[in-house]
Design a protein around this ligand. Sequence first.
Ligand code: TRP
Length: 331
Amino acid sequence: MYRVFSGMRPTGRLHLGHMAGALTNWVALQEDHECYFSLVDWHALMSDYADPGKLSDNTREILLDWLGVGLDPEKCAIFVQSHVKEHVELHMALSLITPLGWLERNPTYKEQILNLRNKDLSTYGFLGYPVLMASDILLYKSHKVPVGEDQSAHLELSREMARRFNRLYGGGRDIFPEPETLLTSNPKIPGTDGRKMSKSYGNSLDIADEIPVLDKKIRTMTTDPARERRTDPGEPEKCPVWDLQKFFNQDASQMEELASGCRCAGIGCIDCKKALIAHVAERMAPVHERRKRFEAGGGLGDILAAGAERARAFASQTISEVYDVLRMLRL
Ligand code: TRP
C-alpha cells in the first residue's frame, strides 16, 4: 500500500476552499492509502516565531475542522508535528547535506520574503522551511504527497534531498523513495468579494461558520457586476456565486433553471443565493455535527496521542536507519 503524507500549518480556521480542495482529496485518500496527516506547528512558527499567539488554539481548531469534514483517526494517523520528535531529528540530518544554493534559489522563499514584509523572515529557520518539509515527507518514506500547485517547488526539493541522501549513504540502495506530487485539483471557490477565498482578505466562508453565518455571508456576496438591477440579465460564468453553486449544488436540473433564469433576468440574485444556501446548509450540517461532537467529547488529546504513536512507530525506524548510515554511536 502506498504511503501518503501531507500537512497544514495551524495558522487559523480552515475555509470552504480548503474543504473543496485539499480536504476532500485527503478524505478519499484515507480509504485506500496509508496516510499521515500532520498539523505542522514548527512550520507555522517559522514565519510566526515573533508572535506564536494563538498557535495552540489554532492547532485545535484545525484538528476539529479535519475531523468535521471526515478525516477519521481510525483510518489515518492525525498528529501534531512537534509531538513526533523524529521530524526535528531528520531535519537536522538533512540540513547537513542540503546545499545553501538550493534553498536560496527556491522561488517560494524569495516570494515570501517579498510578500510578508511585516515579518522578518531572513532567519536561518525560515531558509530551511523546505528542509523540514522534506523531513516530514521522507520520515514516512512517503510515495505520494497531495499538495497544491504552490508547493511544487518544495516537493521537487524533497526529491533532490532524497536522491542526494541515497547517493551519499545508500550504498547503491534507495533509503528514501522519491516522493511523487499528487496535485490537488482545486475547484474554484471564490470569497464573498469575488477574489480568491483567503482569511487575510476577510472574505472567507469558514468550515466552522454556523449556517446562519454562512447564510448572511452568501446573501451579501458579490455577483455578476452586469446585474446591477433585478431586471438586468446576468452571466453565471462571470458570477462568483455560480462558482460556489458548481461545487455545492448537485441538482443538475435546478442548475439549468438558475442559469437560464439569470441569463434572462427571470430570477434575481437572491433567488439563486437562496438555492445555494440550502445546498451549503445540507452539505455542512453533518460537518458541523461531527465537529461539535468531537469538540464536546473531549477526546482530542487521545486522538492526537494515538496519531503520534502511530506516526512514531514508522518514524523511529527511519531515524534508526539514518543514524546507522551516519555511523553514529548508538546506545
Ligand atoms: N508547506 C505546506 C503548506 O504551506 C505545509 C507542509 C509542511 C506540507 N510539511 C509538509 C505539505 C509536507 C505536504 C507535505 O501548505
